[in-house]
Design a protein around this ligand. Structure first.
Ligand code: PBG
Ligand code: ZN
Length: 322
C-alpha cells in the first residue's frame, strides 16, 4: 500500500507552493553595512568585496538616500579613521567618523534605522578589539571604552548600538552607561556569539582592522562550540541586550536555529564579508547563478529562524524582492 500522504500534492503549481511556503525573505529584515572612510574625497573600491566601497563622509547623505530608495530601512555603520592609537581615541571622539556619519544620516534620512558598530579594532594601533596591556586585551578596561563609544553614538542620534568586541560584560557596561546618561531608548544589538572566523578576511581589508600581532581567538569564540554560544546569548540577554546576533551566518545556522528555539528576543545573523566574497568570486568565474545562490543563502538564514539579516547583499537582493 502506497502511503496516504503524498507531499508532492502541495508542490503542484506556483500558487500551491506559495500558499504553503513557510518562511519569507523580506526587505524589512535586511540591514546594509556601510564603511565610511575619514579623509576620503572619493569612494574607494574594496578589492575583495566586489560592489562594496568605502565612502567619503561628504557622500553619506546621498548614499543614504539611495539606500532608502532601494527599499532598505536599516544600516550598520563602520568607521575607518585616519588615526589609530593605543587607546583607540578616535572611536569616541565627538567628531569621529562614525559620529559624523550618524549626524549626516539623521539629517538626510530621518527615518532610517541607524545602527553603529561598537568596537575598537579599527581605532587601536594594535588592531585588537580592546585595550592592549601586558601582552593581552584587558577586558575590564576595554568595556569602559566601549561604553564611552556607545554613549558618543547615542549623543548624535543612533538608534541601535552593536557591540562586537566579544568582551565579557560589554552589554551590561553599555546599558548602564546609556541609561545613566538618559539614553534609555537606544537599543543594543549584541554580537553575542561572534566566532573566530576565517570568513572575516575581506572585512579586515575594508575596515583595515587586522590585528598587528596574534589573533582574536582570546576573545572570539571557536567554531567548534555551540553550548558556549548559548551561554554567550543567555549572558547578553541578562545584561540587557535587545537583539541577539550570531556571526557568521551560513556555517552557523545550527546556532541561529538553537537560539531561536531557546530564546524569545529577536535573532539576527551576520552574513559576513567572506560569505559575500565567495559568492561573488564563484560568479565572476561563471560557476554559479549569483542571484539564485544569493536568494537561497538569505532564504536559508530566514528558515533557520533569523528575524534580521545583516548582509552586503542587501542592495543587490532588493532588485529581486521588489
Ligand atoms: C571587528 C569586526 C569584524 C567584523 C565585524 N566587526 C572582523 C573581526 O572581528 O576581525 C567582520 C564582519 C565581516 O566579515 O563582514 N570587530
Ligand atoms: Zn573589533
Amino acid at each position: 500500500m502506497f502511503p496516504k500522504q503524498r507531499l508532492r500534492r502541495l508542490r503542484k503549481s506556483d500558487g500551491m507552493r506559495r500558499l504553503v511556503q513557510e518562511s519569507h525573505l523580506s526587505l524589512d529584515d535586511l540591514v546594509y553595512p556601510i564603511f565610511v572612510g575619514e579623509g576620503l574625497t572619493e569612494p574607494q573600491t574594496i578589492q575583495s568585496m566586489p560592489g562594496i566601497q568605502r565612502i567619503p563622509p561628504s557622500m553619506v547623505q546621498e548614499e543614504m538616500k539611495k539606500i532608502q530608495a532601494d527599499g532598505i530601512s536599516a544600516v550598520m555603520l563602520f568607521g575607518v579613521p585616519k588615526t589609530k592609537d593605543s587607546l583607540g581615541s578616535s572611536a569616541y571622539d565627538k567628531d569621529g567618523v562614525v559620529q559624523n556619519a550618524i549626524r549626516e544620516t539623521r539629517r538626510s534620512t530621518p527615518d532610517m534605522v541607524i545602527m553603529a558598530d561598537v568596537c575598537m579594532c579599527q581605532y587601536t594601533d594594535t588592531g585588537h578589539c580592546g585595550i592592549y596591556r601586558k601582552g593581552a586585551v584587558d577586558n575590564d578596561a576595554t568595556i569602559r571604552y566601549l561604553a564611552e563609544i556607545a554613549a558618543s553614538y547615542a549623543k548624535v542620534g543612533v538608534d541601535i548600538v552593536a557591540p562586537s568586541a566579544m568582551m565579557d560584560g560589554q552589554v551590561a557596561a553599555i546599558r548602564t552607561r546609556l541609561d545613566y546618561e538618559g539614553y534609555t531608548d537606544v537599543a543594543i544589538l549584541a554580537h553575542a556569539a561572534k566566532h573566530h572566523s576565517s570568513l572575516y578576511t575581506p572585512f579586515r581589508d575594508a575596515a583595515s582592522c587586522a590585528p598587528k600581532c596574534g589573533d582574536r581567538s582570546g576573545y572570539q569564540m571557536s567554531y567548534a562550540n555551540s553550548r558556549q554560544a548559548m551561554m554567550e546569548v543567555a549572558a547578553d540577554i541578562t545584561e540587557g541586550a535587545d537583539i541577539i546576533m550570531i556571526k557568521p551566518a551560513i556555517p552557523y545556522l545550527d546556532l541561529v536555529a538553537e537560539t531561536r528555539r531557546r530564546f524569545d528576543v529577536p535573532v539576527a545573523a551576520y552574513n559576513v564579508s567572506g560569505e559575500y566574497a565567495l559568492v561573488h568570486a564563484a560568479d565572476a568565474q561563471g560557476l554559479i547563478n549569483k542571484d539564485a545562490v544569493m536568494l537561497e543563502m538569505l532564504g536559508s538564514i530566514k528558515r533557520a529562524g533569523a528575524d534580521i539579516i545583516v548582509t552586503y547583499f542587501a542592495r543587490e537582493v532588493s532588485r529581486l524582492l521588489r
